[in-house]
Design a protein around this ligand. Sequence first.
Ligand SMILES: [Ca+2]
Ligand SMILES: [Ca+2]
Ligand SMILES: [Ca+2]
Length: 237
Amino acid sequence: MSHGHIKALAMVAAGAAMGMFASDAMAITIVPNADSYISKNNPDTNFGNASTVRLRGGTFDTYKAYFRFSLSEVTGTIVSASFSFEPNSGGSWIATATTYNVYGLNDGHAGENWIEGNGGTDNDPAGEITWNNAPANASNLGFDSDATLLGHIDAPAGTSERLVFSSAALVSFLNADTDGQVTLMLAPTDTGLTTIQSLAPRTDATRRPRLDVVVPEPTAMSLLLAGGVLCLRRRKA
Ligand SMILES: [Ca+2]
Ligand SMILES: [Ca+2]
Ligand SMILES: [Ca+2]
């Protein structure tokens, strides 16, 4: 292979690589296909159809939240990701500054198909999520070993802004998924948190929770692969 050939191939490869990480990254926004909170004081009540997703410390009750996302649109390795959510539109939702832990339900857990439900204590649809049947749920604000702590996010008092969580652990968790669906959970860290924290649910088209991921643009990936094949063919000739 001539120096000219090598130089040209190197330029193509560099261009494709730059494209992959700069202009040709593809952002995908995913909204939950299920969300609900669970209440320790109402352990058999489902809140899947509630107009808010609530969080609360342990003084009067404990609320934790579950969100499930489909990764079916995601191809390739995720290079960055964020999980974000907004306060409910009505009233004050955070009276005091607080911190939430973000967990992921371990991939392959039988509870990944948890049922969002339509409210009430009727267990109809069967298995609708409650404190007593929620996957990986543990006493108070914790989760058991079927969940992985992905980090935490601070929520300022009185904020009306979207809160955006990201961590390397979140990216790893998403990339480790094998069945195209992931469940993220939120729990306050403060057992003395008395006020109800109220987030917008997935049914709120403007404020709903989101999972935003960035993957390399498929066309750039294809170009790089095509370039590699071309290179091999030329070398054989
Ligand atoms: Ca819901
Ligand atoms: Ca999964
Ligand atoms: Ca029901």
